[in-house]
Write a protein that binds this ligand. Structure first.
Ligand code: G3H
Ligand code: 13P
Ligand code: ZN
Length: 311
């Protein structure tokens, strides 16, 4: 087992019409739950770390935990920086052992986005590290950035060939109507994604791996459980699973999931503490939390991403 970049994973995913799950990690229980699910379902795996996760857990802990998970499960894993906002954080992750990074220049002008993405690609490729870029802007909350629906914008397919050829990126995240967090669509409206944009991007970049962010389904069983045990989440709505299955069959090779893990973990902790108010041993409530992560991830791999058995 080894840390691997995303090249071979994406080639196979594109050719065989499935997507690899990229799950956000922040601590040991999350890493264990995800990697146990990947090992049991025999799935390829990307673990991704945001700037906030790096601040919370510290870079070295996350790298060592992922190394431990590989030793424990025998999996090959791509360790990826999620939403790198500048060259410095991408360089720190490349120098610090990551096998893949995202440089997210989507809030900058087209020319600035190209310049910063190319700088990261030129550096990363010297070390065999793959790079994800982004064109178009998702709505929602990530870290300290909150992008309103008004400031979000779909990817313009007319820009993708120039972006990819001038930067040399290995994969491209596009905006087709998904968003970060648990409140993706207006209550009472039918969730819709711009599959026409995805199809046009695919036509313009044949064989090139596309990435979908903001792809949690916001599983209602966990929202209900959070609310049943003292939480209050109003009308949380995510991306329907059939849309993700459709995207995975198209050019989408990487699907990012974080919110569904947070929900499952929180629901399990709340349920445990509500039923065992006398408990104060963290292992007692983190054990069902880790189990809930494992269940959600296995479900995604088998029933949504189509990557089970593809390792
Ligand atoms: O895209 C954002 C991910 O959900 C990570 O969230 O920045 O709060 O760790 P975070
Ligand atoms: P969700 O908030 O839909 O889980 O998206 C996660 C993501 O895109 C991480 O980059
Ligand atoms: Zn994202």
């Amino acid at each position: 087992m080894a840390l691997v970049n995303t090249s071979e994973m994406f080639k196979k995913a594109y050719a065989e019409g499935y997507a690899v799950g990229a799950f956000n990690v922040n601590n040991m229980e999350i890493i264990q739950g995800i990697t146990e699910a990947a090992a049991e379902t025999n799935s390829p795996l990307i673990l991704q770390v945001s700037a906030g996760a790096r601040r919370y857990a510290k870079h070295v802990y996350l790298v060592k935990l992922v190394e431990a998970a590989m030793a424990d499960t025998g999996l090959d894993i791509a360790l990826h920086l999620d939403h790198g906002e500048d060259f410095e954080i991408c360089k720190a992750c490349i120098d610090g052992g990551f096998s893949s990074v995202m440089i997210d220049g989507s809030k900058h002008s087209f020319e600035e986005n190209i310049a910063m993405t190319k700088q990261v690609v030129d550096y990363a490729h010297q070390f065999g590290v793959t790079v994800e870029g982004e064109l178009g802007r998702l709505a929602g909350v990530e870290d300290d950035v909150n992008v309103s629906a008004a400031d979000s914008s779909y990817t313009d397919p007319a820009q993708v060939e120039e972006f990819v050829s001038r930067t040399g990126v290995d994969s491209l995240a596009i905006a087709i109507g998904t968003s970060h967090g648990a409140y993706k669509f207006k209550p009472g409206t039918k969730p819709q994604l711009r599959f026409d944009i995805l199809a046009e991007v695919e036509r313009r970049l044949p064989g090139f791996p596309i990435v979908l962010h903001g792809a949690s389904s916001v599983m209602q069983e966990y929202v209900a459980k959070v609310n049943q045990y003292g939480g209050s989440m109003p009308d949380a709505i995510g991306v329907p699973e059939d849309m993700l299955r459709q995207a995975a069959k198209m050019a989408v090779c990487k699907i990012n999931i974080d919110s569904d893990l947070r929900l499952a973990l929180t629901a399990a902790v709340r349920e445990h503490l509500a039923n065992h108010p006398e408990d104060f041993d963290p292992r007692q409530y983190l054990k069902p939390a880790r189990e809930a992560i494992k269940e959600v991830v296995a479900h995604k791999m088998i029933h949504v991403l189509g990557c089970a058995g593809k390792r």
